[in-house]
Design a protein around this ligand. Structure first.
Ligand code: GDP
Length: 429
């Protein structure tokens, strides 16, 4: 993990899907522990290893490197069935897992009723958030509402049964109220989830002390965020956000270490912008260009297959991400997707509905839907970049583009990804 400290956070700087999985995969090579600190099974990382494609939803992509310990911190909501499906899927593909996966005792468990609630409330709500319907929002609501069930609660069967019974009573009443009766299916799924109790307990750990001990012993730790800065519950485009803190500070609270234990923060930005789900995308393309770049970049959700909206690089957002995450370095991904374009635009500011021009990312999400980006036009390079392994290998136009992104973002570009393969990466030295 050259270019990073002993404890490094990797965080998405846009609306998620920046290619964090690939960057984490590259950095995991030098790490001893890789931990997830927030989110649930809604985030899908796609990682290519040789000819194989792996889609990971909960287990950190570090699992694809032999011998790395992979943790799920207290900040995640653990979808227990989905987690073991993923675990068993990796085992079936000959990934050695014994002793390599740990789950925080303090993590909240996402149970089938959260999924039922998610679907019922999204379909009856006037304001759609564009959730993936995986129950993440309701699981976080239970956490904040102090009625959640944590991994540690699985240790005592009688206590767990009591908690589950109370939850089911509450949930069934709510589902009835929303006009979505639970029926036998929910009970069937609950039985399946709760039958995983012993397997879950076997993986339970205290992530904070484990990571702290590893750091003291001189080990390298990588903390992996899901989604992106603009989807952070506090800093993002509220209410079109996820239910957790995706930004770097969440890595401390979401694993149980102090903020001073973090040495470096790597922000992942795509060379353009995408957004899935509802909510404003200021630099969104017109329909034709949207379709074109979506096809070039394969911009369809890893979890849901939903087409992502695409747009020009937005430096108002990337600068905000640099500030709010305290970025020490940037990884630019998918530069190769822009290889064929004759001209590129980069947003440097927003013209607000009242005519004023701002360079700070606005708190007011409603006005964000109405801003007009102020663009700067840069020439394209119209040459393939996928084979470049050093900055010098890149066409001059691509280097100029990266220089401008760095300048506008106000954080140094440390890595440039030019393809989905592990080897298609430039480390800026
Ligand atoms: P994440 O959740 O941030 O990891 O994002 P995704 O899983 O949606 O990853 C983005 C997709 O882009 C995956 O299919 C990656 O294999 C792919 N990808 C990552 N980096 C690059 C790159 O530099 N170029 C291209 N063409 N694809 C990439």
């Amino acid at each position: 993990m050259s270019g990073t400290g002993r404890c490094t956070v990797v965080v998405g700087c846009q609306w998620g899907d920046e290619g964090k999985g690939k960057i984490v995969d590259v950095l995991a090579e030098g790490a001893d522990i890789v931990a997830r600190y927030q989110g649930g099974a809604n985030a899908g990382h796609t990682v290519h290893v040789g000819e194989d494609e792996f889609i990971l939803h909960q287990i950190p992509s570090g699992i694809l490197h032999q011998g790395k310990r992979c943790l799920l911190g207290n900040g995640v909501v653990l979808d227990v069935e989905q987690f073991f499906r993923e675990y068993d899927g990796l085992a079936a593909r000959q990934i050695a897992l014994t002793g390599r996966v740990g789950v925080s005792r303090r993590a909240h468990v996402l149970l089938p009723y959260h999924r039922f609630l998610d679907k019922a409330s999204e379909s009856s709500s006037a304001q759609k958030i564009g959730t993936t319907g995986r129950g993440i929002g309701p699981a976080y609501e239970d956490k904040v509402g102090r009625r959640g069930i944590r991994v540690v609660d699985f240790a005592d069967g009688a206590h767990l049964a009591e908690r589950v019974e109370a939850a089911m009573e509450r949930v069934c009443a709510r589902l009835d109220h929303l006009g979505h009766g639970a029926g036998d299916e929910l009970h069937r799924q609950m039985d399946v989830a709760l039958a995983l109790r012993e397997r879950l307990l076997a993986l339970a750990t205290d992530t904070g002390p484990e990571i702290s001990r590893a750091l003291k012993a001189g080990k390298q730790v990588l903390l992996e965020g899901a989604q992106g800065t603009a989807l952070d519950l506090d800093q993002g485009t509220y209410p079109f956000v996820t239910s957790s803190n995706t930004t770097a500070a969440g890595a401390a609270t979401g694993t149980g270490i102090g903020p001073t234990a973090i040495d470096s923060v790597v922000g992942v930005v795509k060379a353009y912008t995408t957004r899935v789900g509802e909510g404003p995308l200021p630099t969104g393309f017109d329909a034709e260009m949207d379709e074109h770049v979506r096809r070039l970049g394969g911009e369809f959700g890893a979890t849901t297959g939903r087409p992502r909206r695409c747009g020009w690089f937005d430096s108002v957002l990337s600068r905000f991400a640099a500030q709010v995450n305290g970025l020490t370095g940037v990884a630019v991904t998918k530069l190769d997707v822009l290889d064929t374009l004759a001209e590129l635009q980069v947003a440097t500011a927003y013209r607000m509905p009242d005519g004023s021009v701002v360079t700070d990312f606005p708190a007011d999400t409603r006005s964000l839907g109405k801003v007009e980006p102020v663009y700067e036009t840069l020439p394209g390079w119209q040459a393939p970049t996928g084979g470049a392994r050093r900055l010098e290998d890149l066409p001059a136009g691509a280097r100029r583009y990266l220089d401008r992104l760095e300048e506008l973002t106000d954080a140094p570009v440390r890595w440039v990804s030019v393809g989905s393969k592990r080897s298609q990466i430039i480390e800026v030295v």
